[in-house]
Each structure stands twice: as structure tokens, then as C-alpha cells.
Write a protein that binds this ligand. Sequence first.
Ligand code: ADP
Ligand code: MG
Length: 563
Amino acid sequence: MKPNEIDLHKELKKYFGFNQFKGLQEQVVNSIIHGNNTFVIMPTGGGKSLCYQLPALVLDGTAIVVSPLIALMKNQVDAIRSLGSELGVAHVLNSSLTKTEINQVKKDILDGVTKMLYVAPESLTKEEYIQFLRDVKISFVAIDEAHCISEWGHDFRPEYRNLRGIIKQLADDIPIIGLTATATPKVQEDILKNLDMSGANVFKASFNRPNLFYEIRPKTKNVEGDIIRFIKQHKGKSGVIYCLSRKKVEDIAQLLQVNGISAVPYHAGLDAKTRAKHQDMFLMEDVDVVVATIAFGMGIDKPDVRYVIHHDIPKSLESYYQETGRAGRDGGEGHCLAYYSYKDIEKLEKFMAGKPVAEQEIGYALLQEVVAYAETSMSRRKYLLHYFGEEFDDENGEGADMDDNVRNPKKKVEAQNEVVLLLKMIRDTKELFKSKEIVFALLGKVNAIIKSQKVDANPLFGKGENHDERFWMALIRQVLVEGLIKKDIESYGVIKVTPKGHGFIEKPYSFMMSEDHEYSENEDENVVTAAKSSGVADEALLKMLIDLRKNVAKKEGVPPYVV
Ligand code: ADP
Ligand code: MG
């Protein structure tokens, strides 16, 4: 059939039984059936599979679908077969197939029965398969989980890097479809470059989850008690608690159990049977809480998870987004609570110590974004979405008041002059530096880079020393999110002034900023900080608040810790 003759709604109903496309699906499908290179960025659960499955079913020839996990491929193939088409409509090509099975696959493809051929990237490098596929009419190549191409994604797979070369060997101008749920501009740029699809039609869905409430609390010694209290306030509701280590998962699960909370552990150290059992118990609501490492998540689709707690802060904002994203799938309440202490960041840095330098640098940069997100006092939703390259209106946007910072705003101060100074400093030092060097220059501090680049000779050097490092870091983040400066994509972290920023230098306007949170592990200090930020300055009043809080804690009773 010619693309223009295809009735997409009819085909959608016929193959999938759906009456309507979801989000951008129809535009994406149209782009693909017209033979265009297409790049799809949609959050998990957005319906990416259908974007290539429907075109594959209606176009002549066989679509090749590259996917990183055999389990994922098998699930998809089963799902397509269950749509009622012929068994051969979709196949998986991998090294575990017998000779007879491979011959059947080849026969189905050559007979024109097979519309989708799923392959793992490493299989596609096999000369034998390449030879065979050269004789096949290929409708397009879809690359699912395309972020695996980028070292800046959360699942880097070196084999993904070779895909472009292999596709070129199969035939000239086969359309390529990339799909991912990783939205950072850096990863997107990597994908477009690596797949050599700069002219592609790009479809990006919003990553805003208006029903999720984002909250960060300081991680004090009583974090376990705090978690127990939180869960008891959400009695009978489903929740997930993420911890960094298996040991912590076991400890917390036990602690919850002795406190009368139905909870099970989940991590890769448990045998497959136990894991499956615990997952089922959670899905069937035999237990309220799963305490888990990141091993828990792939394919978890419980719609009514009411909270996700991060006992330990994750190593990137992508992970944070994915993991918090498991709350409130049904559109109902989803409370995302993370405990943060800078000590945990240092622990994560230590984990990276043994890795290759390039990987360490990326890991470190991603961690800095987590620190910025945790410590910021601006709208968390705005910060998170900006990180994903999305503008968010923090006054009228959907879900604008759904985070702790917006509900309890810090006092703001006028920083117009400081913004001008900051922007001029960046501009006049030739836009060569990352935030650390810029802050050093403002404070009049020197390091090796400052010396070698003669930044200390700049007339603005040291002109910002009436504020401290925290102030300037906070201001940089807020100016970044306002779009007056941007981080360079090529050399990540290097800061440049945007046209809007140049406009600000010419014609400054009011810029209200609030300083970042300073979290302490000492609970009393957190009460002080919170009180100060809400404008309580009276020392006596502060002392009263601290005592009050201690009394409340005593009355609630210390939970029977087992750790
Ligand atoms: P992604 O790969 O983006 O995470 P999936 O392709 O796995 O998402 O789809 C998520 C869910 O959405 C699946 O259960 C799928 O059946 C459903 N879905 C996809 N498209 C539609 C549609 N047009 N109408 C209703 N449900 C849909
Ligand atoms: Mg998918």
C-alpha cells in the first residue's frame, strides 16, 4: 500500500484494538511510513513500541528492531503474536536458536510473512546474519532504547556504537528510527550524531508528571524513624523504597517488618524464585512495601504505587526520574521523597574511583546535577524538566505547586546586579569555563586553571567576594534555569551566555533569587535552617522549636530498631 492510502486509525483498531493514538504516536507513525529518519523521545509507558510496530505491520518488507535485552524482545514478540496475526509475523534472531529454528526464521522472512525481526546489537555484528539480511527487503531499522549509544545515558552499551556502520552495509538509505525515554539534550545529541541522522524528524513528548510531589529531606541519623512514620501515615498504600546496597535493603525490610509494616526485600542477590515471589506479593497487594535496589523496576507496572522513597540519593537525575516515575502511574497521588546528605554523594564518588577517567568525569558531572537538584530552593519540577531540556512555567504549569520548595518557599532577595556581574564575567572570560572556575573568579580565588588562563588579570576578578560560594552556585543554577546562560553540549559543563543573557546585560531587570538549602545531618541544625529560611530569626523562638521537636520525638517513642 502507498503511505497516503493507509487508513491509520483503521489499522490501529485492526492490529491493536485501540480507538485512538496516544500523544504523538500518530505523527510519529506518519513520519515513519513516509520513509523519514525519525527520533522519538517519550517517557516510559508513553507507548513507543507501537510507534514502530504499526508501521512495520503496514509497510512492505521486514523491519529490523534492535533492542538491548533478550527478555524485552521476547515479551514484545509474544505480545505481537497475541494480536492474532501469524506466528511468523515477528521473530527474535539470537545465538540461542537452533539451526532448524534459524532456517524457519529465514524462510518466514523471505516469504514476506515476517514484519518485525528483533535482534540484539551483538547479533547484528555477525557476518552470517549481515550476509543474509542483504537479500532481505528491509522497511526500516528501529533502535529501541537508543540512549544505550551514549556514555551519558544510564545504560551505555558499546555494541550500540557500531549500528550505523552495519546498517550502511545492509543497504543504502534504509530509514532509521531511534527511540528513547532519556531526555537530556546531551544524550539526544549523541544519538543523532552517532546514528548520523541529523535531518531526522524529532518528536519529543513532555516529561512532566503533574501528579507527582517531589520532596527532599535531610538525611539525619533518624532517617529510619522518619521513613517508618511516613509509611504509617500512608497505611495500606503501596510504596517502594530504594536503597543503594543489598545489605541496606535487607536491614530496612527487617526494620519495617518488626515495626508492623508488611514489607519484602528485592535485590539481585536473592534467587530468581524469591525475587519473583516478592514481586508478585507486591503486585497482588499481599505486602504494602518493597524495599529494593535498582534491580527492581524494569517492567514493574503497578499503577497505584502511592510513594517512592529514596533512602539513598541516586547517582543521576535520569535514575531519579525513572525511579520516582514508578509512583502514580494511574494519575493519582504519587509522593516522591528522597533523603539527601552530601556524605552519600562522596560515597558514590568513591564507587567511581576505580573506573576509567572518562567514565569518572561523566559520573562526576551527573552527580553534580543531583547535588544541584537536591540543594536548590527553586521549583524542583522546573529544575528537573530544565535538565531534560524542557521549559516549565512554574507559576501556571501543570503540577506547579507539587514540591516542597514551592509549598515552603525561602525568602527571596533581589540579585539583579549580581546577575549582571556573573554574565559579564562569563562573557569577558571568553565562555571557556565551568561553574567552579567562574565562582572562583568571582570570589578572587585562584587555582591552576585560573592561573594558566590569566583569569586573575581580568578587571572583574574578585568583584563578587561580598558573597560566598554557596550564593554564587545557587545563582548560577537559577540563571541557568531562567535561560540566561546554558551549558555547552560539546564540552559538557562549560557555560555560555545565551542571547537572552546578552539582552539582560544590556537591559537588566529584577531577578529574585533564593539561596540553596544547606542540609545538615544534625537535626537541630536543620530546624534552625528551616526556621531561618521561613523568616524566624528570634534565637529564643528557635530554641523553643528545637525543644518542642525533641519532645514530640520522645512522645512518639523510639521505634524498636534492629539495626
Ligand atoms: P514505552 O516503550 O514508551 O515505555 P510501551 O510501548 O511499552 O511504552 O507502551 C506502554 C503501554 O501503553 C502498553 O501497555 C501499551 O499497550 C499502551 N498503549 C500504547 N499505545 C496505546 C494507545 N494508542 N492506546 C492505548 N494504550 C496504548
Ligand atoms: Mg519501550
